[in-house]
Ligand binder design. Structure first.
Ligand code: HSE
Length: 468
């Protein structure tokens, strides 16, 4: 049985030490104290910041699965403090007296908390609370993609100095194990590229458009009615959510400092029903992909709608599911698939991290570390090579195709295929190129747009295929 933590002796620190030494000394002392406390009968006391969908599911799972967790880890997790904004809200959970509080900082500081779970999201106060917990040598589990995508390096470094874990499996692709495979299973692998469907809302919308011929607006309205999409869907449909996740993936996969602002981003609001139909005719489906790759020492990170060949495993990911496709030098291709959001799937990811961090705390060790994230050059999007699909509305007369093809040739963009749809006033040409730098494609488009016989450049989409 768990017993009250032993009283701590006051820690006496020599007066004349500089700040950094003092800070480190404090970490070491706190770590030693925490370790002693957590060793008591294998009990690890959890403080949770935020008790919404995920926090509530976490509290329930810790309770419902207590025996299973104890059998597998030898630990008993006890939720001793939970910080909420509104104490009066009915959460359908029963807490012992003194567990619930609306003083979030007191949970971090509490002597009854060994490990902190941050589920309040956003940058502040989450950042300060996490840093405070790490200074007290308390391991932290978080699902905060916004914070990690913008200030992850600071958090990882603080954890390294404190010598405790900061784990964040839930920050990308909800219930899909991804951070741990990248950090641990693939710790010895040279990862070449990670491509993910990491936003369920946009995948649901694109699936509705593909399978039911819906317009973007109708599919979005349906996603909102079903609760997949927010009333303001900007973060999802314009790719901001996926870009934050892409930054975290790139940081972990390549050990590089990548922030959301480094990610080239395009959303799906410009994808039309006719793009979807044309993609189908060519043997592709359109997916919003987050792509992170490292080539020749430089990292590329981008999010954009992409034509994915029907035969590629990512093409089969339907509805609100997520999937991440990893290409490694030695392991080859891997794919991880599952629920990228939702209370229970995300809480399971958080709980896995909690058990991992609690086990390490109990043993006085820590898990696989990210180490120091290094500065690697981020390749500008202009220099990134892709295959492209583009549609051009044209006047339907002799010589038009030759003039357009000449513009492609001038800028060194090689055409893989071309076909015409419609006739007369309805004529448009659909091109798929070979690999070409974005800058060359942009220059080609600029020149084609100037031709008298060209009425309009329609959609431009990147294509993944063989060799890309
Ligand atoms: N809104 C996200 C999605 C889940 O649609 O996948 C949270 O990141």
């Amino acid at each position: 049985m768990w017993s009250a933590p032993r009283l701590r002796e006051p820690v006496r620190v020599p007066a004349l030490v500089d700040g950094a030494v003092l800070l480190r000394f404090r970490f070491v002392v706190c770590a030693a104290i925490r370790e002693t406390v957590a060793m008591d009968d294998g009990v690890v006391r959890i403080g949770i910041l935020g008790c919404g969908n995920v926090g509530g599911a976490l509290v329930r799972l810790i309770d419902d699965n207590a025996d299973l967790i104890s059998r597998r880890s030898g630990l008993r997790l006890v939720v001793t403090k939970v910080a909420v904004r509104d104490l009066s809200r009915d959460r359908n959970l029963t807490f012992a007296p003194g567990v619930l509080t609306n003083d979030v900082a007191s949970v971090v500081q509490s002597d009854e908390v060994d490990l902190v779970v941050e589920l309040i999201g956003g940058i502040e106060p989450a950042r300060s609370l996490i840093l405070d917990a790490l200074k007290l040598a308390k391991p932290v589990v978080t699902g905060n993609k916004e914070l990690l995508a913008n200030g992850g390096a600071e958090i990882y470094e603080a954890a390294a100095i404190a010598g405790v874990d900061v784990l964040f499996e839930a920050s990308v692709a909800g219930g899909i194990p991804l951070m741990r495979p990248l950090r641990e299973s693939l710790a010895g692998e040279r990862i070449l590229r990670v491509m993910g469907i990491v936003n369920g809302t946009t995948n649901f919308i694109l699936t509705q458009m593909t399978e039911h011929g819906s317009s973007f607006a109708d599919a979005l309205a349906e996603a909102q009615n079903l609760g997949f999409a927010e009333r303001d869907p900007t973060a999802d449909v314009e790719g901001y959510d996926a870009a934050a996740k892409a930054a975290i993936i790139a940081s972990v996969a390549f050990g590089a400092r990548v922030v959301a602002g480094d990610v080239y981003r395009e959303g799906i609001s410009g994808v039309s029903a006719s793009d979807i139909a044309a993609a189908r005719e060519l043997g592709y489906v359109i997916k919003l992909l987050a792509v992170a790759e490292e080539r020749d020492g430089a990292v590329t990170v981008r999010v954009h709608p992409t034509m994915v060949p029907n035969a590629h495993p990512l093409a089969a990911v339907r509805g609100s599911f997520n999937a991440v496709f990893i290409e490694g030098e030695s392991v080859g291709d891997l794919m991880l698939y599952g629920r990228g959001a939702g209370g229970d799937p995300t809480a399971i990811a958080v709980l896995g991290d909690v058990i991992d961090a609690a086990t390490n705390l109990h043993r006085g060790s820590r898990g696989a570390t990210l180490g120091t994230l290094v500065h690697k050059p981020i390749r500008p999007i202009d220099e990134v090579q892709s295959q492209f699909y583009l549609t051009v509305d044209v006047e339907d007369r002799p010589g038009v195709l030759a003039a357009i093809a000449s513009a492609f040739g001038t800028h060194g963009v090689s055409i893989q295929s071309m076909h015409q749809q419609g006739e007369g006033d309805e004529a448009h040409l659909i091109f798929v190129t070979h690999l070409a730098p974005e800058a060359a494609l942009a220059a080609t488009i600029h020149e084609v747009r100037e031709l008298d016989t060209v009425k309009r450049i329609g959609s431009v989409l990147r294509v993944i295929g063989s060799g890309t």
